[in-house]
Write a protein that binds this ligand. Structure first.
Ligand SMILES: NC(=O)c1ccc[n+]([C@@H]2O[C@H](COP(=O)([O-])OP(=O)(O)OC[C@H]3O[C@@H](n4cnc5c(N)ncnc54)[C@H](OP(=O)(O)O)[C@@H]3O)[C@@H](O)[C@H]2O)c1
Length: 250
């Protein structure tokens, strides 16, 4: 018996990194997962790995509301409703204040804030009472690393939205929580640096701030997703769950 047998989950940003690992874990716990991302081949690989009985892929960009309509249209057509929504798609770029451009702000907030907001808003008619909504924040949202200003602000916005939504959705017993990873070794993190050498240097800097002395693994974040998705967290809403090796704790 899986902890999510018979449930339906939606995972955005499932083509890579944290979202991919979470989709695989949610499916292993028995959920049917609707997975999305912009890259079609990666999405196809994921659906093949989980198996078509357990996963449905819908290509799309969370920053484009019409793409979210297609995603939820596919859920509706399947006759399912949503028990777990993992709004995870996002990312960033390193830019100090003097280098910030309008494009950088629009790109970062477009996916991390606007995209996440409409991912949740457009799911509302499909969410079952008692559903679990999990938003990917970041330790960056409560930190001040140089070059991370716009990204950190976008993740602080995510944490803020989860407080309001936990209140707005409580009458339906829908729980809303922010899951904030510390540094996790993903293509997204590596891609912040222009080359392999600078990626290694960036990871060294980040790990230096982690009491456990290492990067997190995507599977460790996926375990926390399953906790927040399942009935094991039935009295948990409005929190920011840090899975960060102690980075923001000690
Ligand atoms: N890795 C870390 O250290 C870390 C720490 C804290 C928080 N986070 C957060 O964790 C989440 C996942 O990041 P990751 O590290 O797993 O990075 P990743 O490997 O780059 O994965 C990012 C995922 O988001 C998707 N995505 C990005 N922009 C999108 C958009 N506009 N529309 C649809 N999908 C989009 C990507 O898919 P496509 O490219 O196929 O669209 C990909 O599946 C992000 O929100 C990130 O900010 C990461």
């Amino acid at each position: 018996m899986g902890r999510l047998d018979g449930r339906t989950a939606v995972v955005t940003g499932a083509t890579s990194g944290i979202g991919r690992a979470a989709a695989v874990r949610l499916a292993a716990e028995g959920a049917h997962v609707f997975v999305t991302g912009r890259r079609e081949p990666e999405l196809r690989d994921l659906v093949a790995e989980i198996g078509e009985a357990g996963a449905t892929g819908v290509v799309g960009d969370v920053a484009v509301p019409a793409d979210l309509d297609r995603l939820y249209g596919a859920v509706r057509e399947s006759g399912r409703r949503v028990d777990v929504l993992f709004a995870n798609a996002g990312g960033g770029e390193i830019k100090r204040l003097e280098d910030v451009t309008e494009r950088h702000v629009d790109f970062t907030f477009g996916a991390n804030v606007k995209g996440l907001l409409f991912t949740v808003q457009k799911a509302l008619p499909l969410l079952n009472d008692g559903a679990s909504v999990i938003l990917t924040g970041s330790t960056a949202g409560s930190g001040g690393n140089e070059g991370f200003g716009v990204y950190s602000a976008s993740k602080a916005a995510v944490r803020s939205l989860s407080r309001t939504w936990a209140n707005e959705l409580k009458a339906r017993n829908i729980r809303v929580n922010t899951l904030s990873p510390g540094p996790v070794d993903t293509p997204g993190l590596t891609g912040l640096a222009p080359d392999a050498e600078r990626a290694r240097a960036l990871k060294d800097v980040l790990v230096a701030g982690v009491p456990l002395g290492r990067m997190g693994r995507t599977e460790e974040i996926a375990d926390a997703v399953v906790f927040l998705a399942s009935d094991q967290s039935s009295f948990v809403t409005g929190i920011e769950l840090f899975v960060d090796g102690g980075q923001r704790q000690v």
